[in-house]
Design a protein around this ligand. Structure first.
Ligand SMILES: Cc1ncc(COP(=O)(O)O)c(C=O)c1O
Length: 381
């Protein structure tokens, strides 16, 4: 018999092969039965599973110390799969205003399907028990939050959730698994937009949901039903991004800490939000639940109004005016005009964001060059 072309004589490729096949020739009816009965891991059709995707799911599960992980087509696909899998008509969910803007749009769909939703400000996370009802099935949070980097005590939310049997879901995109592991802190599920620091190069969209094997099975059912399986090429790029993830996350958070310290007290920066600053109201909790630093994301106000913030951004030379985050390049945007466009204007400002608030995602450029760029642009503002 000729050797397997992928692993001839046992030598294995150093990188995960990209399997573009949509369907697979069955070896036998018995193998088909074992795969479809879940007795063995195997492949029949891309919407069910794909070996390149499965390989990166194992890597992501390990990064979050989860039993298993489902990878899908985007961060919002991940959020939506979690809602569709674990919420039913008549259930109640508590979600924080301080979550990525598109969750608001999804919440409108969920309400149409009969889910009751309460929105609260992350500053009020300590009072969450008052918002819980006997039918509260889910608490959805982000910490540090997008864009104001508010910090929520995941363990405290879990204690409250246990009183009504609700599940706690944490979007860990801002923190990344390098700095925080929500499952170890009490969350039942952790979500990532892998479009961000995990992929890291502005060239893929992907979502991650990690948790128990039971959660995996239920989420797999949803993904198989609705067809949000990631393509193999993107899964390969995600696996490649993960190879440099630790070192990128370390560099980004070191720069973010230096930038936050530089901006704090700058006369043209009236407010700054970074959990690594002692002045940040969530610093104590962040010290307890984050490690190796506080992440590569920060937000700050520039001058007095939106025109000041725009002038500052237009004067930047190194930092890119673009949405998204966690990329090799530093990225800056005005959330009021971009990531929060999904929200009606009054909702954009109700939890602390202002029209001159900017969100900065540190890249891996030398810190000195980033500081120089910020300094010269603030001087022109
Ligand atoms: C914290 C957070 N969660 C989820 C998402 C959605 O991710 P995606 O754009 O991959 O759908 C984003 C996107 O910016 C985000 O910042």
């Amino acid at each position: 018999m000729s050797p397997d072309p992928l692993t001839p004589y046992g030598n294995r490729p150093m990188v995960t092969p990209i399997v573009n096949a949509v369907n697979y020739e069955y070896a036998s009816f018995e193998v088909l039965r074992q795969i479809t009965d879940g007795e063995i891991e195997g492949y029949t059709y891309h919407r069910d599973d794909n070996p390149t995707v499965r390989a990166v799911e194992h890597k992501m599960a390990a990064l979050e110390n989860a039993e298993d992980c489902v990878i899908c087509t985007s961060g919002m696909a991940a959020c939506t799969m979690v809602y569709l899998t674990f919420l039913h008509a008549g259930d109640h969910m508590v979600i924080f205003h301080d979550t990525y803007g598109a969750n608001y749009k999804v919440s409108l769909i969920l309400e149409r399907l009969g889910v009751n939703i309460t929105w609260i400000d992350a500053d009020r996370a300590g009072d969450i028990e008052a918002e819980l009802r006997p039918n509260t099935r889910m608490i959805f949070l982000e910490t540090p939050s997008n864009p104001l980097c508010k910090v929520i005590d995941i363990g405290a939310v879990r204690s409250a959730a246990d009183k009504v049997g609700a599940m706690v879901v944490a979007d860990n995109t801002f923190a990344t698994p390098y700095h925080q592991n929500p499952l170890a802190l009490g969350a039942h599920l952790v979500i990532h937009s892998a479009t961000k620091a995990l992929g890291g190069h502005n060239d893929i969209m992907a979502g991650v949901i990690a948790g128990s094997k039971q959660h995996y099975n239920e989420l797999w059912f949803t993904r198989q039903a609705i067809g949000t399986t990631l393509d193999a090429q993107s899964a390969f790029l995600l696996a490649r991004g993960l190879k440099t993830f630790d070192i990128r996350a370390q560099t980004m958070s070191a720069s973010a800490q230096a930038v936050a310290e530089y901006l704090e007290g700058h006369p043209k920066v009236p407010r700054i939000f970074y959990p690594g600053l002692m002045s940040h109201p969530g610093h104590g909790v962040a010290v307890r639940q984050m490690h190796h630093g506080f992440g590569g994301m920060l937000a700050f106000d520039v001058g007095d109004n939106q025109e000041d913030a725009k002038r500052f951004i237009l004067n930047l030379k190194l930092i890119y005016h673009a949405v998204s985050l966690g990329a090799t390049e530093s990225l800056i945007c005005i959330p009021y005009l971009t990531t929060m466009l999904y929200l009606p204007p009054e909702r954009r400002i109700c939890f602390g964001v202002r029209e001159n608030t900017v969100r900065l995602s540190l890249g891996i450029e030398p810190t000195g060059r980033i500081l120089e760029d910020l300094d010269q642009a603030l001087a022109c503002t």
